[in-house]
Design a protein. Structure first.
Length: 604
C-alpha cells in the first residue's frame, strides 16, 4: 500500500526513481510522482493513474538532479487525482508519505491560522507545511523534522527533500509503515522495502518504530524517537532482478502459481529434516488454547489450520479476522498461544492483534514471509514461509507455503500432545513430501481449466462450496475470482446451502464444488444434488474415486490427484488459482494489479 523510493548520490536520479517505482507497483496505487533537487530548487512531476502516465511526462520533461524522492499513492485522504498525488510540497520542502496522520485535522486548522495555504485534500500536506513552519523559525532541516515528528499521530513512513540542500534526504518511520535504508558507494537510498532497492543495493537496514534517518551521499545517521543516535544492523537482502521480474511469463501471478512446487519443496526442506520437524520449541502439551488472527488470504490459511489443529492435535482453536479481533478485546486464557499470519509481516491490523495478544500474556508465534518484518521482530517465535518475493497482489505461493508450514506445525503439536504415534507422525509427514509432484500433476490440467473459465467469464455471480477444511478453500477460491476478475463470488460451507444461498441458484449462477473423496464426501455429494436439481451449472473438483460417484451430476468434472487430509487443501487450491487467472484474462482485467487493492495493507 503506497510505495516510497529515495536516492541521494552522485549520479542522475530521475530515471532510477522511475525504475524504483516500477518495482513498487505491486503494492497497489492510483497515482505516482517524483521530485528532485537541482541547483537548489525542488522540481516535481506527478500523474494520476498508472505509472506509464508519469513516465510519459518524464520523457517530455526529464527532471535533473542527484537527489530525489518518488512515490506510488493508494488514496486514503482525497481523490486519486494529480493534485493529491505525492510528492506534496511548498517552497521549503517536498514530502512523500505512506500511512495516515490521525491528527491532521487539528494540525491543518492551526497551520491555516498561521497563513499556510493548502492545495490538496491530503493529510500529507500538513507534514510539508509543519516542517516549513519550523524552518521559517530558523530551525535546521533536522531540527524541523524532529519537532514535526513529535507532533504527528498515526502510522507513517516519510522521505523529505529540502530546498537549498542538494546532499540531504531525511526519512522517518512510525508505527506499521516499513522503511528500509540502502547503502551504496557514494550514494544512499531509502525505500518501502528491499524490492524497491534491489537494483540499487543489497546492503539494507530497517528503521524501527520511531526512528528517523539523515542521509547524505557519504553516510546515514539514524536517530530514535528520543533523538538519540542509534545503529541498526545492516543485512544482505539477496534479492536479484530475476526474483522480482516476470521472466517468460505474461504475469507475475502466473509465474508465482507455477513456482509453487518449488516453494513448497523449499519450505518442507527448511523444517522437515532427518525425519524430524525442526520448529520453535513450544510446550504443546501445556498450551491451553491457540488463538489465530490474520487478514484476507492469510486468514483462510489460519481457518484451515483450525480444522487441522482441532482434528489432529485435539487443541482448541479460535481464529478471527484481525480487524475484528483487535476491537473485540476477547478474554484470552493463561498459557495460551497466539499465532499471527501475514505474508508481508507488516499488516497493520494483524500487528495490532499481536500487540493485544501480548498484553493478555499470550506467547506469540508468527508465520511470515519476511524475517525482518515488524510482526516477526515483535514475536517470541517466528516461522518463515520461504516463498520468496510475491509480486502479484492476489496471493498464491505465499498462501500454499503458509499451509505447508501449518501442516508441519500441526503434526509436531499432535506428536507432542500424544495424539499421533511416532509411526503415524512419520506417515503423515512423508505424504507432505509428495506435494510438489501432486502440484505438477495439477498443472497438466491447465488447458481443461482454461476451457472451464469461459463458463465463469459470462457470469455475474459465482458460488463456491466446500466442507470441512475445504470450506475455507471455497472462501479463498471466491476471493481469488472476485479480486482479479471483478465477478461477484461467494464461498459457503456446503451444508449451509439450504439456509439461504440456494435461493440464488438458477441457470446463470455457476457453482464450483470442492469434493475430494474423504469422510465428508457423501455429504458434499448430497449438496451437489440439491444444486443440480435447481439447474445451476456446476464445476466439480474431485479425484478418481469421487469422479465415479459424481459424473452423472455435473457436465464439468475436473479430476485431481488422490490426496490426504493435509495435502488436499493445498492441491485443490491450485486449480482455483488458475481458474481465476484465466477468467480474468477473458475479462481483460489487470491481473497483477487489480483495481483498488494493495499488496501490503499498512493503514487501517
Amino acid at each position: 500500500m503506497c510505495g516510497i523510493i529515495g536516492i541521494v548520490g552522485n549520479k542522475p536520479v530521475g530515471p532510477r526513481l522511475i525504475h524504483g517505482l516500477e518495482k513498487l507497483e505491486y503494492r497497489g496505487y492510483d497515482s505516482a510522482g517524483i521530485a528532485t533537487i537541482y541547483e537548489g530548487e525542488i522540481h516535481r512531476l506527478r500523474a494520476e493513474g498508472k505509472l506509464v502516465n508519469l513516465k510519459a511526462k518524464f520523457l517530455e520533461t526529464p527532471l535533473k538532479g542527484y537527489n530525489g524522492i518518488g512515490h506510488t499513492r493508494w488514496a486514503t485522504h482525497g481523490q486519486p487525482i494529480e493534485i493529491n498525488a505525492h510528492p506534496l510540497q511548498n517552497p521549503r520542502v517536498a514530502v512523500v508519505h505512506n500511512g495516515i496522520i490521525e491528527n491532521y485535522g487539528d494540525l491543518r486548522k492551526d497551520l491555516d491560522t498561521k497563513g499556510y495555504v493548502f492545495e490538496s485534500e491530503t493529510d500529507t500536506e500538513v507534514i510539508a507545511h509543519l516542517i516549513a513552519f519550523y524552518i521559517d523559525k530558523e530551525c535546521t532541516p533536522q531540527e524541523a523534522v524532529s519537532k514535526t515528528l513529535n507532533q504527528l499521530k498515526g502510522a507513517f513512513a516519510l522521505a523529505i527533500l529540502f530546498t537549498g540542500y542538494e546532499n540531504l534526504l531525511i526519512a522517518a518511520r512510525q508505527g506499521g509503515s516499513p522503511l528500509a535504508i540502502g547503502y551504496g558507494e557514494g550514494e544512499m537510498y531509502v525505500g518501502s522495502d528491499a524490492i524497491a532497492l534491489a537494483s540499487l543495493t543489497q546492503q539494507i537496514s530497517y528503521l524501527e518504530d520511531g526512528d528517523w534517518a539523515v542521509l547524505s551521499p557519504e553516510e546515514v545517521r539514524i536517530f530514535n524517537k528520543e533523538g538519540h543516535p542509534v545503529e541498526r544492523p545492516i543485512v544482505q537482502s539477496h534479492l536479484s532482478e530475476n526474483d522480482i521480474s516476470k521472466g517468460s511469463y505474461d504475469h507475475f501471478m502466473l509465474k508465482e502459481i507455477y513456482e509453487q512446487p518449488r516453494t513448497i519443496e523449499t519450505t518442507i526442506a527448511a523444517y522437515y529434516r532427518n525425519e524430524k520437524i525442526d520448529i520453535p520449541a513450544l510446550p504443546w502439551s501445556e498450551i491451553s488454547r491457540l488463538t489465530i488472527s490474520a487478514c484476507g488470504t492469510a486468514y483462510y490459511a489460519g481457518f484451515i489450520a483450525k480444522y487441522w489443529f482441532e482434528r489432529i492435535a485435539r487443541l482448541s482453536v479460535e481464529v478471527d479476522i484481525a480487524s475484528e479481533f483487535r476491537y473485540r478485546t476477547p478474554p484470552l486464557p493463561e498459557k495460551g498461544l497466539g499465532l499471527l499470519i501475514s505474508q508481508s509481516g507488516e499488516t497493520i491490523d494483524t500487528l495490532a492483534a499481536l500487540e493485544y495478544m501480548k498484553s493478555q500474556g499470550q506467547t506469540i508465534l508468527s508465520l511470515v514471509n519476511v524475517l525482518s518484518s515488524s510482526i516477526a521482530r515483535q514475536s517470541d517465535h517466528v516461522l518463515l514461509t520461504h516463498a520468496g518475493p510475491e509480486i502479484g497482489v492476489a496471493s498464491t505461493k505465499a498462501f500454499t507455503s503458509q499451509l505447508t508450514v501449518l501442516a508441519l506445525l500441526v503434526l509436531e503439536a499432535a506428536r507432542q500432545r500424544g495424539y499421533l504415534t511416532e509411526e503415524s507422525f512419520h506417515e503423515r509427514a512423508q505424504t507432505l513430501r509428495f506435494l510438489p509432484a501432486l502440484c505438477e500433476k495439477v498443472f497438466l490440467l491447465e488447458e481443461q481449466i482454461k476451457s472451464l473459465s469461459t463458463l465463469l467469464a459470462k457470469a455475474r455471480d459465482v458460488l463456491f462450496l466446500g466442507r470441512g477444511a475445504h470450506y475455507p478453500i471455497a472462501l479463498e477460491g471466491a476471493l481469488k475470482l472476485k479480486e482479479i476478475s471483478y465477478i461477484h463470488a461467494e464461498g459457503y460451507a456446503a451444508g449451509e446451502m439450504k439456509h439461504g444461498p440456494i435461493a440464488l441458484l438458477d441457470k446463470d449462477v455457476p457453482v464450483i464444488v470442492i469434493a475430494p473423496y474423504d469422510d465428508l464426501f457423501e455429504k458434499t455429494a448430497s449438496n451437489l444434488q440439491e444444486v443440480a436439481a435447481r439447474g445451476a451449472p456446476t464445476i466439480v473438483l474431485t479425484d478418481n474415486k469421487g469422479a465415479t460417484h459424481l459424473g452423472s451430476l455435473t457436465n464439468h468434472l475436473l479430476v485431481l490427484p488422490m490426496t490426504t487430509e493435509l495435502t488436499a487443501p493445498i492441491v485443490y487450491t491450485l486449480p482455483l488459482q488458475l481458474l481465476a487467472y484465466h477468467t480474468a484474462l477473458l475479462k481483460e482485467t489487470d491481473v497483477d494489479q487489480p483495481r483498488n487493492l494493495a499488496k501490503s495493507v499498512t493503514v487501517e
